[in-house]
Write a protein that binds this ligand. Structure first.
Ligand code: FAD
Length: 515
């Protein structure tokens, strides 16, 4: 007999086979000895009641052979196959490369940054010296912006099959099978580099190529058809399909397209600050207890409020996390967040941002750089307000709402340092005002949230791309350049690791139809 049931498990025992067997046996009214296997299908924390529990959907095998699924990396040899050029080794580019191999095509991945190991030195320089290498930073390099992220793997994508496929690929490259069952799966910054390295090995072993320190500076096209790419070194590389997966921070790529008269468009995005609380405050609110204890993971939140016709919302919440300096050029401040797999830092942070539509920003909507220029301006203002060396302007939460400079700032996780500044000096009035009104409203939804123990750090500005690269809905090719596949977050078709990976797969499938 094979049956699917739901069980409720006390925290701390969700991975204990003996406990699960007893719970299942009692639910099915059989002896635990009759159970030959339990496959967990879904696992989530239910903190609605006074007692926090795990709810688990499980498949139970009774007197039946249970063979757990194995996740292997089997890819064909494509050394001599037709080439597809993939620009960018972020999640979109890497998953596009793996899919090309499956389709019998040879991916040639071009990445301006360094491999994961060498990239670490540049991140240390950013955090310790406040120096940004414009080719190697938190956004550029092997694995893209996803490598040193939290590795949260939830998505609004509704196609479960696509999501599972991406998650299984991560497992085949070293992620734990937990990500296949957890309602809010995440990998963690410490584990992502090994997984990305394993993906690189898969691509190289199959006969694909990955070239680091290789920046694309131009597209080669003839009569509206892609022919290849021009590299910063002066070299040219030829192929009948180019997947452009360069992320939302490659401003020079947008400029390159515009220079070559290839259509790009201004796109709405969201901008605000990163907010950090002591993790205990979030745990107390979500788990209704004084102390979380060792059996529950650090808790998260998800807050949203409409203020004057615009959404104000929390974004990319990192329990037990660190605020990261994610600028890609000198003289700008951009913050984001990450956490290690155990999420064991004492702080909880999230981007807290206001939706910005085209009409909110002065200028001509037909100017593709209108939103990007606005984004860049705010990032430079933040840099100036911090006083240099990536010191970020910051303010305590209640001080921000009540309009006073913070006399001192709480300890926080942002390594380059914070400076007490009135954030209204950095944020435009219409963003500042909406944030001011949203924060006390969030406090009403979540006990303890609205507190001067929380710090606002400016600015969270790279929430999604401020530019869209158009493409045909069916063929996924640029309307003016056949064979050019705008892909992933930078082109406006993804908003996180999973959706970027799915878009990479889809672009590779579309490219396979024309080469
Ligand atoms: C600190 C941080 C934390 C994050 N946390 C999460 C999270 O927990 N969960 C989540 O889902 N998302 C998270 N994100 C967002 C996520 O990383 C991105 O959505 C995702 O990486 C987008 O994938 P992509 O492949 O489209 O682009 P990217 O990851 O941006 O990759 C683009 C790549 O293209 C390369 N490139 C750019 N220009 C060129 C050029 N001219 N030539 C050659 N190469 C070029 C870049 O170097 C880069 O490696 C986080 C981002 C950051 C910065």
């Amino acid at each position: 007999m094979i049956k699917e049931i739901e069980i409720v498990c006390p925290p701390g025992h969700q991975e204990d086979e003996e406990v699960l067997k007893k719970l299942v046996a009692s639910s099915l009214n059989i002896t635990p000895q009759k159970i030959t296997g339990i496959q967990v299908l879904k696992r989530s924390i239910d903190a609605r009641g006074r007692r926090v529990v795990y709810r688990m959907q499980v498949k139970v095998f009774v007197d039946e052979l249970y063979i757990p699924e194995s996740y292997t990396r089997q890819y064909p040899d494509i050394k001599n196959a037709q080439p597809v050029i993939i620009v960018g080794a972020g999640p979109a580019g890497l998953f596009a490369a793996l899919q090309c191999i499956k389709l019998g095509l040879k991916p040639i991945v071009l990445e301006r940054g360094k491999d994961v190991k060498q990239r670490r030195r540049d991140l240390a320089n950013i955090n310790k010296e406040g120096l940004v290498n414009p080719e190697s930073n938190y956004c550029f390099g092997e694995g893209g912006a996803g490598t040193y992220s939290d590795g949260k793997l939830y998505t609004r994508s509704t196609k479960r099959g696509d999501v599972t496929r991406v998650l299984k690929t991560f497992v085949a490259h070293g992620a734990t099978t937990d990500i296949l069952v957890d309602a809010r799966p995440h990998i963690g910054t410490n584990k992502l580099p090994q997984i990305i390295t394993a993906m690189r090995e898969t691509i190289l072993n199959a006969g694909g190529e990955i070239l680091f320190d290789t920046k694309v500076t131009g597209l080669l096209a003839d009569f509206g058809k892609i022919k290849g790419v021009q590299l910063a070194s002066g070299d040219k590389l030829m192929a009948g399909a180019v997947i452009l997966a360069t992320g939302h921070s490659a401003r020079d790529v947008f400029e390159m397209l515009h220079r070559q008269n290839i259509l790009i468009e201004a796109k709405p995005f969201a901008l605000g600050v990163r907010i950090e609380h002591p993790q205990e405050i979030i745990d107390r609110a979500q788990y209704h207890c004084e102390y979380r204890g060792p059996d529950l993971p650090p808790s998260y939140y998800n807050l949203v409020e409409q203020v004057d016709g615009r959404g104000v919302f929390s974004f990319c919440m990192c329990p037990g996390g660190i605020i990261a300096p994610c600028a890609t050029e000198a003289n700008e401040i951009v913050v984001n967040g990450w956490s290690p797999s155990k999420r064991n830092n004492p702080y909880a942070n999230s981007g807290t941002v206001v939706q910005i539509n085209l009409e909110d920003v002065a200028g001509d909507n037909a100017d593709p750089f209108k939103m990007l220029n606005f984004q860049h301006h705010i990032e430079q203002m933040a840099f100036k307000a911090g006083g240099g060396k990536l010191v970020a302007p910051a303010q305590r939460m209640v001080d921000f709402v009540e309009g006073r400079l913070s006399a001192g700032l709480p300890e926080n996780s942002y390594l380059p340092g914070t400076k007490s500044v009135e954030l209204k000096e950095v944020l435009p009035g219409w963003i500042n005002e909406r944030l001011r009104r949203a924060l006390p409203a969030f406090g009403k939804k979540m006990k303890g949230y609205y507190t001067n123990e929380a710090i606002l750090v400016g600015v969270e500005s790279r929430t999604s791309s401020p530019i869209k690269i158009p493409r045909d809905k069916e063929t996924l090719q640029h309307p003016q350049v056949a064979g050019l596949f705008p892909c992933g977050e930078g082109a406006g078709y993804a908003g996180g690791i999973i959706s970027a990976a799915i878009d990479g797969i889809n672009c590779a499938i579309a490219a396979g139809k024309i080469v």
